[in-house]
Design a protein. Sequence first.
Length: 225
Amino acid sequence: MNQDYTHITVILDRTGSMESIRDDVIGGFNAFLHEQKQQAGKATLTLVQFDTQDPYEVVHHWREIKEVPELNKKTYVPRASTPLYDAIGRGINDLEASIDKLPESDRPSQVMLVIITDGQENSSKEFTKARVTQMITEKQKEHDWQFVFLSADLAAMGEARDIGFADSASLLFEKSDRGSAKAFHSLSKQTIEYRSRKKKQFGFEASDLQKDDDAKDAADDSALT
């Protein structure tokens, strides 16, 4: 394996409910992309968008991250419903097949699969909850893949836990411009820490999980002591 190589697959919810934060998602993803391009070390990125019209649209496949273009309103258009299990299941299979095609010496030593969504599963046809749970568990234990979940829906966070996403790698964000920006910033910051091997496992920190109101209250309490 190439010890200086990280592959990142981002599976992005493109369903209709994302319309209200469409600009924020575009801006947040582009900021994440810009920051990752500045980092040392080899990285490739696969970007997938999903909805019921196309449960697994591959926008970029194993592309050198420095060559990945930004999202825009033509390449990110929310629509339809949420086949979340199908997107995750196909994402894992795609990752596995792509890695298997590489010579052992060229394979990434670090692999991340990132889900960004604002809702719960409601329309998968190919993969079940049980199957996806099994796949995630196997890849975590056998290959140390990192599974990351960002969601603007509290119920979806419980669903993520049920199928194998660790609490430390799951982030609930406010469905607003500020909430989206903070979530993408936290994702980028912790990805950098993971890519640089400052962390063996991807994980959000307390400051990433803290709501803006909580942070303000903490600052006010500190000022009073």
